[in-house]
Ligand binder design. Structure first.
Ligand code: ADP
Ligand code: MG
Length: 292
């Protein structure tokens, strides 16, 4: 048989696809009290697909998806990839210029000489676009050109296979509170949190709002006499880098995650499996000789 110590520590963790950047982080993980998750790409698989096109009067579905896909030509966001995939053939790059990506909101670009906006209600509100709010479940992108509303694109993301189990296993591992932070809309966020059994949810957050929420949660989290960290944040995106740095333990998704998130993190999950957090906690305790 294989001795237990073989699986212990940083080496053992790396054999499970859990990369730990220092033994102090593994130790801190052993006493984690609160685990805060980003939603998209962390608890959901981040592969969105278009489920509905709702053109404003006089706007065809073809025109709607063409303009949106054009504006999203250069974005690496999973939402942008789904919009381009639904259109099919790539948009001729010369139709698109002056692209500006506004994190947590969407994109602005000049397409065929028109000022195009593709993003959430916040982006529309920021430009005083009168849009028709859509109540369908899912993430909704609104599209406008030269100040006129063109319609909505509904896209759906799916919860990762192991996400519900991850929450159950974290609780079994002694984690007292689970929290989800997201830039997505409240109804979508609530549905995902309810499905997974997450204790607390904060939605419609800009990247800086996520930092503020984590600061507030850090203030509520008990620490030991050494001031050792007890709050872990798990994220995948470029936007998550500041929060990963701020948390006691920053955990990034390594396979689909952005380079910025991987760099900012203390621990990287190479298999993008949220259930690996509970595995790492058990491993950390075993390594420290704590019987649990
Ligand atoms: P999360 O916090 O769930 O990881 P993000 O912060 O990446 O999500 O995005 C939050 C919201 O901002 C999205 O749900 C979407 O409405 C909007 N958004 C972000 N990037 C884009 C984009 N490239 N195109 C359209 N909408 C976007
Ligand atoms: Mg994300």
């Amino acid at each position: 048989s294989v001795p237990l110590s073989f699986f212990g520590g940083i080496g053992g963790a790396s054999r499970l696809g859990i990369l730990v950047k220092g033994s102090n982080y593994l130790e801190a993980l052993g006493s984690t009290e609160t685990v805060v998750f980003d939603k998209t790409g962390t608890l959901t698989d981040g592969t969105f697909s278009v489920t509905e096109l709702i053109g404003a009067p006089g706007v065809s579905e073809t025109e709607l998806i063409d303009i949106a896909a054009a504006a999203e030509t250069f974005s690496t966001h999973p939402i942008a990839q789904s919009v381009r995939a639904y259109r099919g053939a790539a948009v001729a790059a010369e139709r698109v210029r002056d692209v500006r990506e506004i994190s947590g909101q969407g994109v602005e670009a000049v397409v065929d000489g028109r000022e195009v906006l593709v993003g959430n209600g916040k982006l529309m509100a920021a430009h005083d676009i009168a849009f028709t709010a859509t109540d369908v479940p899912g993430t909704v992108l609104y599209v406008a050109a030269d100040g006129t509303y063109l319609g909505a694109i509904v896209i759906a993301d799916t919860v990762k296979l192991d996400a519900a189990r991850a929450i159950v296993d974290l609780r079994a591992a002694g984690v007292k509170k689970t929290v989800m932070l997201t830039g997505d809309r409240t109804p979508v966020a609530r549905a995902v949190a309810a499905e997974l059994g997450i204790d607390e949810v904060h939605a419609e957050l800009l990247p800086q709002d996520k930092v503020a929420e984590v600061e507030a949660l850090l203030a509520q989290t008990e620490r030991d006499t050494n001031g050792k960290g007890k709050l872990a944040f798990v994220g995948d995106g470029i936007n998550d880098a500041p929060v990963l740095t701020r948390a006691d333990i920053g955990i990034a998704m390594g396979a689909m995650g952005s380079d910025a998130a991987i760099e900012a993190a203390d621990i990287v999950l190479m298999n993008d499996d949220p259930d690996d957090i509970a595995r790492a906690i058990h491993l950390a305790r075993r390594t420290m000789g704590i019987v649990w």
